[in-house]
Design a protein around this ligand. Structure first.
Ligand code: CMP
Length: 143
């Protein structure tokens, strides 16, 4: 299985609860390398652009308001089969339905405030990583 990269966003609810370190530790414990980590405040335009695919959904406005409420931490993750493995570790969108041992079970509060985002495919991961990180910040590492 080849090494892949995927994008994790630690959302405002988890950052506010001081769970950034705990979530990064869960990721490292599962073998993910943290290729790039940055804390930033999303603007209306950046939040809307990131979630443009959900623009027609009834919860779009609520989602954008939540994501710009306070800072997020964006993380580029790398390991073998990273997209699928991170989605497993993240757990179901609704934390109430997430399995024990997942990030959303441990730190999510509701379907809207669910601690983390993860790319849903390798193709989307590439686009989402490029949305937040310039190529020089996520250059392939030697070895
Ligand atoms: P995420 O993986 O970041 O991608 C889209 C997000 O929309 C999803 O996580 C949820 O947090 C959010 N979402 C999905 N359904 C709802 C809903 N019914 N109400 C509010 N937010 C939702």
């Amino acid at each position: 299985m080849a090494k892949e990269r995927t994008l994790c966003i630690i959302k405002p609810d988890a950052v506010e609860k001081k769970k950034t370190g705990a979530i990064l530790a869960m990721l490292e414990d599962k073998g993910f390398d943290l290729v790039a980590v940055e804390k930033l405040q999303l603007s209306q335009a950046v939040a809307e652009g990131f979630y443009a695919v959900h623009k027609a959904r009834p919860f779009f406005g609520e989602l954008v308001d939540f994501m710009k409420r306070s800072p997020v931490v964006v993380v580029v993750l790398e390991r073998e089969d990273a997209v699928a493995e991170y989605r497993k570790l993240m757990g179901a969108t609704d934390p109430a339905k997430a399995e024990a041992g997942t990030i959303r079970k441990a730190h999510g509060g509701s379907v809207g405030e669910n601690a983390v985002h993860g790319s849903d495919s390798l193709e989307n991961a590439k686009g989402e990583i490029a949305y937040f990180f310039s190529a020089s910040k996520v250059a392939p590492t030697a070895g």
